[in-house]
Write a protein that binds this ligand. Structure first.
Ligand code: C2G
Length: 152
C-alpha cells in the first residue's frame, strides 16, 4: 500500500486542483490531503471565500481522495508523514524545492501546475464582472435620466 500526501487551501475548487489531486492519487494506492485551516490561511496570507469545513467537504467528496485532515501550521508535515506512514509527498511546482527537507522521510515530488487557472484569477474575474454590471446599470440609468430631462 503506497500512501501519497499533499496539502493545500483548495478555495473555489477548480480543475487545476482536481488535476493535481488525481495525478497524485495515480502515484499510489491512497491519497491523504491536509486542507489549510482558516487560521493557517491567514498565516499564509490567503483569504478563502469558502470556510475550512466547506473546502474540506469538497475535497473529501472526490473519489481520488481517501482522507482529509486540517493543515494548521507549516511544521506539521514531518509528523503527518510519520503518523500516516506516507511514501510520497507531492505538491505543485509553484513550491519547487520548498519541501526538500522532507526527503529524509519520504519521496518528494513537485508536479507541474495546470496553467491558465488559479483561485486568485477566478476571484479577480468575478469581482470584475460585478464592476462591469454596475457600470452597465449606471449607463442605463443615465440614458433614462436624459430621456426624462428631454421630456421636461
Ligand atoms: N494547483 C495546480 N494548478 C493550479 C492551481 C493549483 O496544480 N492552476 C495545485 C497547487 O500547486 C497545489 C494545489 O493545487 O499543489 C493546491 O493549491 P492551493 O489551494 O493554492 O494551495 P497552496 O496555497 O499552494 O497550499 O503547506 C502547503 C500549502 O498549504 C499549499
Amino acid at each position: 500500500m503506497k500512501t501519497v500526501l499533499t496539502y493545500g487551501t483548495f478555495d473555489l475548487f477548480h480543475v487545476g486542483h482536481l488535476n493535481m489531486l488525481q495525478r497524485l492519487r495515480a502515484m499510489g494506492d491512497k491519497l491523504i490531503v491536509g486542507v489549510s485551516s482558516d487560521t493557517f490561511n491567514e498565516i499564509k496570507g490567503k483569504k478563502s471565500l469558502y470556510s475550512y469545513d466547506e473546502r474540506a467537504q469538497i475535497v473529501a467528496a472526490l473519489s481520488c481522495v481517501d482522507e482529509v485532515f486540517p493543515e494548521n501550521n507549516w511544521q506539521q508535515k514531518q509528523q503527518d508523514i510519520v503518523e500516516y506512514a506516507v511514501d510520497i509527498f507531492g505538491i505543485g511546482s509553484d513550491w519547487q524545492g520548498k519541501f526538500d527537507e522532507l526527503e529524509d522521510l519520504c519521496q518528494v515530488v513537485y508536479l507541474p501546475r495546470t496553467p491558465t487557472i488559479s483561485t486568485t484569477e477566478l476571484k479577480k474575474s468575478l469581482s470584475k464582472v460585478d464592476a462591469d454590471s454596475i457600470l452597465q446599470i449606471k449607463q442605463g440609468l443615465d440614458s433614462v435620466l436624459n430621456i426624462v430631462k428631454a421630456i421636461e
